[in-house]
Design a protein around this ligand. Structure first.
Ligand code: ZN
Length: 511
């Protein structure tokens, strides 16, 4: 056995452990009886500890030394060289972080999530504040341990979006905000006149599922290597590319929630199912910093695929011109007297809502900007947790020109901070921006792409994405991947052009 093969075998088993954690997690969120929660928590903790011990062990260090010597002559595009380099980078970084700090965050997550749930239910921020303060403090220590040049936020961003920094985000957000403001000013009042009463009718779950699954398969989701279940919060999770599962939740009174939610998770699933089989069970299908089995290269890149299929395909006019008849066959009474154009317009209303997960394409990024500003301020220490609700409400007023009705629907609405995910919010906006760059590049490279999409042939688009994004797994950083696939680094231009094209048509500027 060569040194590289030994290295590969060792990391294959690490990936197996991560897939086991994913399977335990999937089961907990879709099948497990409530009484199983405590035992399951211990099982996940045990397997996580085993995976972590394996990764930061001296054995890993030895295998890395030997494998590095073997691949040292290989070019920069060699998957072998990239596997070893990425494993080395994560190994070095994690060895810098004290184990008691990681276990401290893991323990705090358990109690903080509970406190957050209670605080949100009681509309009482004070119940969550002590745990949140502690979470911010531990993340500050984590940032110091990881290391950074300019801003502690830069260190945390590396876990989710390698290469991203606070400074780059500030520039990106300023450009986006300037481009979005005039669209919002027209689309929000314009949307009040858009008919949408038919969305609020009784839509039985079985038909919602049937229609959404038809579309998921049309997009290319392979049910021989996937399955759909129901869960409280929709998600996608994989145990290698050959078993990629998605979930959704159904709202009988509001069908779009499940439909667009399922298009979204399908986009994530296509990414995972499209990874090169040669990369399975290896460092390029494992997030080694989080010890999470995933083929997508970053949170933002993954989100670019969910949003591309959900919004740029699934919320487009050609999509509904083609598929509305099928929707109507599933719901003939609910959609009597409604046509494709009316449904398209209803699905693209723009509203100043205080709730992020209800946000449309125009307001969504404003919700993210507010959260990121707050995370940076908390981490710097320029904002105290006690002052957070006031800062939140002021931010919502500034960005959306509305007042949150209460803290439950304000500062307490997201689960992220209670689970320690500080620094992950920007990846949603990064995903939107990347999605438009990929889509524009696919159009340039694929003559007839729009004609194919209009007749429901998704193979050319999926083919371009597989070739340029999916198959590479985690081999390239987000910036490398973007440059290789689109010829440019992260750039808000194509995304703003996409938004203008869509919303100037729906809500034309006055001449
Ligand atoms: Zn997503």
């Amino acid at each position: 056995m060569t040194a590289y093969e030994e290295f590969q075998g060792y990391f294959a088993e690490l990936n197996d452990l991560c897939c086991v954690i994913n399977l335990l997690t999937w089961d907990a969120r879709t099948q497990m009886p409530p009484g199983g929660a405590a035992a399951r928590g211990r099982q996940v903790a045990t397997v996580t500890r085993l995976a972590n011990e394996r990764f930061v062990s001296d054995t890993t260090g030895r295998l890395l030394d030997a494998a590095e010597a073997e691949v040292s002559g290989e070019g920069p595009d060699s998957y072998r060289a990239r596997s070893v380099a990425q494993a080395r980078e994560a190994f070095t970084l994690l060895r810098r972080v004290p184990t008691e700090l990681m276990s401290g965050i893991a323990e705090l997550k358990m109690v903080a999530q509970q406190a957050w749930q209670e605080a949100r239910a009681a509309n009482d921020f004070g119940r969550f504040a002590p745990d949140l303060s502690r979470m911010v403090e531990l993340n500050r220590r984590l940032a110091e341990a990881i290391g950074y040049q300019e801003h502690p936020y830069d260190a945390l961003l590396q876990r989710y979006e390698p290469g991203m920094t606070a400074a780059r985000l500030r520039g990106l957000f300023a450009t986006l905000r300037e481009g979005i403001a005039p669209l919002l000013a027209r689309a929000a009042p314009g949307s009040e006149a858009v008919r949408a009463d038919f969305l609020d009718r009784d839509y039985p779950e079985e038909q919602q599922r049937a229609f959404a699954l038809e579309i998921a398969q049309a997009f290319g989701y392979d049910l021989n290597r996937g399955r759909l279940d129901r869960s409280a919060h929709p998600f996608e999770i994989s145990f290698t590319r050959d078993d990629v599962r998605i979930t959704t939740r159904y709202n009988r009174r509001y069908a779009p929630a499940a439909l667009f939610g399922l298009f979204h998770e399908t986009g994530h699933a296509l990414y995972e199912q499209g990874v090169d089989p040669a990369l399975a069970r290896g460092p390029l299908t494992t997030d080694l910093l989080d010890l999470y089995a995933v083929g997508g290269t970053s949170y933002g890149t993954h989100e670019s695929q969910s949003r591309l299929w959900e919004n740029m395909v699934g919320r487009s006019r050609p999509f509904w011109q083609l598929h509305f008849a099928a929707l109507q066959r599933h719901f003939p009474e609910q959609l009597t007297g409604v046509d494709a154009e009316a449904f398209y317009r209803a699905a693209n209303r723009v509203r100043r809502s205080p709730i992020r997960v209800e946000a449309d394409e125009v307001t969504y990024n404003l919700h993210i900007m507010l959260r990121v500003e707050i995370e940076m301020a908390l981490l710097e220490g320029s904002l105290a947790v006690a002052d957070l609700p006031a800062a939140w409400n002021a931010g919502v007023r500034e960005y959306l020109e509305i007042d949150p009705p209460d803290d439950s629907r304000g500062v307490l609405q997201d689960i992220h901070w209670s689970t320690g995910l500080i620094g992950s919010f920007p990846t949603y906006t990064v995903g939107n921006v990347m999605a438009a760059q990929f889509f524009a590049a696919a159009r340039r490279a694929t003559p007839g792409l729009d004609t194919a999409l209009a007749r429901g042939d998704y193979a050319p688009l999926r083919g371009w994405l597989t070739e340029n994004v999916y198959r590479h797994g985690r081999a390239y950083s987000p910036d490398e991947l973007l440059n290789r696939a689109t010829g440019a680094s992260l750039d808000a231009g194509p995304y703003l052009a996409y938004l203008r094209g869509k919303y100037d048509d729906l809500f034309p500027p006055q001449a």
